[in-house]
Design a protein around this ligand. Structure first.
Ligand code: PEP
Ligand code: MN
Length: 334
């Protein structure tokens, strides 16, 4: 926001004070910039919630509004509502004015029978999207790596049978095409958020993308990864906050509810909360999901297992679907 100059520096500064007071009264964050020639302008972004331009222009002594070019214009212009499996009986609407969504499934698809049981269980719990892993990015190379292509088929068959949209993670460019042919959205995980070549291949499929935030990614890095997907051809990106590295607070990661609120309120973007990977322990998964939804997430992505303690990956955070169902039901009755 540029302040119109007065005859002398003191009166220009006085005008600027008035403008700053008016901006603050609108709830905006401001930072004053004084040029070498004494011209004064206020930066109000990136830390302010959007205010209509007309309201800013109407403030006395505001000469003009000018914007620095956004580094993520496609993301800024992206539709706020994302429909997975549009035009099918499995269609799932996320973001915008849609009700908060539940996305659920096992960390890893372990067998055909298991994924069919869980697909029906999460449907009963109120989920509209089945999320299951078949290519697992694991911290240990000796951990369970997922069952790959056969499990992808079981996963999508199970979703179709239960009437759910379906999402799986791809960890390698090699698997993108096969996955995109079967699922309604592709997931890019925290470990690969920075993998530009993978983002390009995933975007090129034209599928919507669920994009996890990397362990230590800044908001800007996360948004630019989303921009890369859109630039490559993705029609929509659902951001997903899954906890970041921080001090040990007793959970696996630190759920950044501030980032969820900024994405949702300041940028108006569809953002999901993944309480499972943030928690790393089942006793606090519902609490973190509630926190993320309260901060503005348009849905929660939750890991379940029918024998939670025996899950092949992420067992400590797996919820019994009945527990998820009870929580979601109670939440929606409130
Ligand atoms: C997952 O979703 O199962 C997963 C591995 O998550 P993240 O990429 O957030 O660690
Ligand atoms: Mn997992």
């Amino acid at each position: 926001v540029r302040v119109s100059p007065a005859g002398d520096a003191a009166s220009t500064a006085a005008r600027a004070d008035d403008v700053e007071r008016a901006l603050r009264a609108l709830g905006l964050w401001t930072r004053r910039h004084v040029s070498d020639s004494g011209a004064i302008a206020f930066a109000i972004s990136p830390s302010s919630t959007r205010v209509p331009a007309a309201e800013l222009a109407a403030i006395p002594h505001v000469a003009e509004l000018f914007g620095l070019e956004s580094p993520h214009p496609l993301l800024d212009a992206m539709a706020r509502t994302v429909t997975l499996a549009p035009g099918t009986s499995r269609a799932a609407v996320l973001g915008g004015a849609a009700p908060k969504a539940l996305l659920a499934g096992p960390c890893s698809v372990e067998s055909e029978a298991q994924i069919h049981r869980l697909a029906h269980a999460v449907k009963a719990a109120g989920a509209t999207v089945l999320r299951g892993g078949v290519w697992k990015p694991r911290t240990s190379p000796r951990g369970f790596q997922g069952l790959g292509a056969p499990a992808l088929r079981w996963l999508t068959d199970a979703a179709h049978a239960a009437g759910l949209a379906v999402v799986t993670e791809v960890t390698s460019e090699r698997d993108v095409e096969a996955a995109a042919a079967l699922v309604d959205a592709l997931q890019v995980g925290a470990r690969t958020m920075h993998a530009s070549a993978l983002l390009r291949e995933v975007g090129r499929t034209g599928r919507p993308v669920l994009l996890k935030r990397a362990f230590s990614a800044s908001l800007e890095e996360w948004l630019l990864a989303a921009e890369a997907l859109l630039l490559a051809g993705a029609p929509a990106v659902l951001l997903c906050e899954r906890g970041v590295r921080g001090p040990d607070g007793g959970a696996r990661n630190v759920l950044d509810v501030g980032a969820i609120a900024v994405c949702a309120a300041a940028h108006g973007l569809p953002v999901l909360v993944d309480p499972s990977h943030a928690a790393g322990r089942r006793d606090i998964v519902c609490a973190l999901a509630a926190a993320g939804l309260a901060a503005g997430a348009c849905g929660a992505v939750v890991e379940v297992h029918d024998r939670p303690g025996e899950a092949q990956s992420d067992a400590p955070q797996a919820l019994d679907p009945a527990v998820l169902q009870a929580w979601w039901l109670e939440r929606n009755l409130r």
